[in-house]
Design a protein around this ligand. Structure first.
Ligand code: FAD
Length: 302
């Protein structure tokens, strides 16, 4: 079944979806780690696994290959991320053709960060697309694909204000997107505000919160860069406390506990499911899914 039907069925049954994000591995060792993680998450029968597209399209071939392997060798539908950076319209069409040939029927349509990196001015390829919205429109004319898009609970760094993010999200839904996945964030209210604003613009597309646990103090700065907001002081204090009393493992546990708390609040607030970033490691994501009772029940190991 098409992913949009899977999501609609879960919605109708009142069951939240569970999904995971992975990235194409760089080498053999990384590939072993990824496939070990994939086999573990597959047992939970997630609604989908999404495969990232490297900055500037740098993993183009590997993204197509890994998404195709997920389609061919697992029971989980893959969603391939796709960006417009440094690519002509013809090149984007070519990648979509390769994905379809590889058995991939769902795409997360993204603009991508500027070629100079996040924060530098956006430069459109002379024959390329300017926004994710244009990509959604292009994909609509390319066969029966289920299209997802990005959403930003803390605001996209280039957006004028929170309403602009909600308006763009609603435009993407109107153009044919059937679900959205959010950037990382730390407070449930940011998701609720975005979804309420988008609803004010006529958008009722499911917006899956994208969550990742901070598993070491060194990651705090990176999470701030990705989420576009400071990690809340109370969470940093909790992680530092954990480190003082229990070292690295206690930090990891505190990070996972925070995600479980946030995920629980989001589901209680009506989130249609949770999308867990894995960095190709399954442990923290599986602990979160398990604590929240998401996914198919896995028989206990004997
Ligand atoms: P857009 O929707 O085009 O938005 C970009 C900016 O333009 C925003 O400020 C928006 O408000 C504004 N805008 C867009 N359309 C309009 C309009 N019609 N009118 C006015 N303003 C408009 N990057 C990668 O390179 N590879 C990945 O695999 C990847 N995966 C991601 C997964 C998720 C879940 C998320 C949230 C992000 C991901 N990114 C990835 C990062 C993403 O490409 C960047 O955040 C990028 O800067 C914005 O992409 P977008 O699709 O939201 O762009």
């Amino acid at each position: 079944p098409a992913l949009r039907d899977v999501l609609a069925d879960l919605r109708a049954a009142g069951r939240p979806s569970l999904s995971f994000e992975i990235s194409p591995p760089r080498d053999e060792d990384a590939a072993r780690l990824l496939w070990d993680s994939l086999r573990r998450v597959e047992a939970l029968e997630p609604a989908f696994v999404s495969v990232t597209y490297g900055a500037g399209g740098s993993t183009r071939d590997r993204t197509v290959r890994v998404a195709g392997e997920v389609a061919a060798t697992t029971t989980v539908p893959p969603v391939a991320h796709l960006t417009c950076v440094s690519a002509s319209r013809a090149e984007v069409r070519q990648v979509v053709g390769e994905l379809v040939d590889a058995g991939v029927r769902s795409v997360l349509a993204l603009r991508g960060d500027p070629p100079g990196g996040p924060g530098s001015p956006w430069q459109q390829h002379p024959d390329g697309l300017g926004t994710a919205l244009e990509l959604v429109e292009m994909l609509r004319g390319m066969g029966d694909l289920t299209v997802g898009v990005a959403a930003f609970p803390n605001g996209h760094p280039e957006s004028a204000d929170a309403d602009a993010d909600a308006r763009v999200l609603a435009l993407k839904a109107r153009a044919g997107a059937s679900f959205a996945v959010t950037q990382l964030f730390f407070e449930a209210a940011r998701w609720t505000e975005l979804v309420d604003r988008a609803a004010g613009h006529g958008c009722d597309m499911p917006v899956l919160p994208g969550l990742m646990s901070i598993t070491s103090l060194r990651q705090v700065e990176r999470f701030e860069r990705l989420s576009g907001a400071p990690v809340p002081a109370a969470l940093v204090a909790r992680l530092e406390d954990a480190h003082r009393t229990g070292g690295d493992e206690a930090v990891r546990r505190a990070g996972v506990e925070h995600t479980v708390g946030l995920g629980g609040e989001l589901l209680a607030a009506g989130a249609p499911g949770l999308h867990l970033y894995t960095l190709n490691r399954s442990r923290a994501a599986l602990e979160v899914a398990d604590a929240l009772g998401l996914g198919a029940a896995v028989p206990a190991a004997s």
